[in-house]
Design a protein around this ligand. Sequence first.
Ligand SMILES: C[S@@+](CC[C@H](N)C(=O)[O-])C[C@H]1O[C@@H](n2cnc3c(N)ncnc32)[C@H](O)[C@@H]1O
Length: 414
Amino acid sequence: MADRVAEKPWRVLEFYSGIGGMRYSLMASGVVAEVVEAFEINDVANDVYQHNFGHRPHQGNIQSLTAADLDKYNADAWLLSPPCQPYTRQGLQKHSGDARASSFLKILELIPHTAKPPQMLFVENVVGFETSDTHMEMIDTLTKSDYVTQEFILSPLQFGVPYSRPRYFCLAKRKPLSFQSQHNNNKLLWSPGPLYGRDDQVEFGKCQAEEGFENLLESCEPVEKFLDSTAQVNGEPGSFDESENGTRECDRQEEDPVSDSVHQYLVPLSLIERWGNAMDIVYPDSKRCCCFTKSYYRYVKGTGSLLATVQVCSSFLQYCFSLFASAYRESTMTTQPKIKGKESCLKEQRLRYFTPREVANFHSFPEDFEFPKQISLRQRYAMLGNSLSVAVVSPLLRYLFSSPVLTVEEGNSK
Ligand SMILES: C[S@@+](CC[C@H](N)C(=O)[O-])C[C@H]1O[C@@H](n2cnc3c(N)ncnc32)[C@H](O)[C@@H]1O
């Protein structure tokens, strides 16, 4: 960056902009950049984006963009967080065969047809993307179009945030640009070492990396640092309808704006009775919580952690529960055996959902991020579940945009 002539802002296009996690990451990265356009199909997400950035993304299907459309923006960098459903472990894993992969494949196809291909690309997706045929297609297109890539799988846990959300990232630079740590070219790394100029930490094996994540817990802040002081609930659990499969009916929340009552976040006793054994419970002093998905608050199983607001169990019992919960999460078990005493203990702990503001805190969104009033609770959780960790993406973007080789002539030619 420092080499770039007169700090002219990089011109950036943001694809699949959602509620703007990528834009917040770019802002937090310190890169001198201007988002010249954002693209997003979901108009509710566009309401949130406009509310926070004063700019409404181009609403429409990215698949219908042409090379000529993109050439108009004369962009230096494209940032993309395409849909992850084709690649998630919980899904059918149809990869490029899934219709939701088509718009990203189309964007890749356009690269060689643009008058001036972007100098830098950044792609975010779920773990699993790296083994897909879409990934092969992406690397093939980028290589043929003169890009070098560095790929990462990183979690907020590696950045001091007590939040497990490992994600795949691809950073690509078009020659003659190059990365600072060039010996990591064309590698998939499980360590943020190169981002900080530490070239010693490269390429872990998958298992080591996952163990590595667990080892990082002690260096994370406690969950209580991410809590919203206005959501400290002490009331009785609410009584909500629930359906047979562990969902709670959310039509009420979908129609109504979010109320000021903190009781809406309490977990109903009926859900605890039925699903207590499958719940991931964390405490204010915990150093980890589970990934919040877009189904958080609608489903309790595997969608994100719940917070115990009253600590009544002995620490030994808590320890047993947490050991059991992590064994369960990592196993392939479909039904969870009962732990005697857990359910009654959970009932006394006044479990609650993390509020959307707290989920935004775990994503390291800035304090001034907010939802417009009319956005329902269900929509808030859904859009946050689709978003990304600013704590992880901002150093990656800083690393991507830092350029050790840009000469004065190249800078002038922009
Ligand atoms: C993984 S999310 C990205 C979220 C975003 N990075 C954020 O911070 O909120 C994918 C987004 O792409 C949008 N999307 C999916 N397919 C699309 C398409 N064909 N055209 C435009 N937007 C699309 C979805 O509505 C969703 O908001």
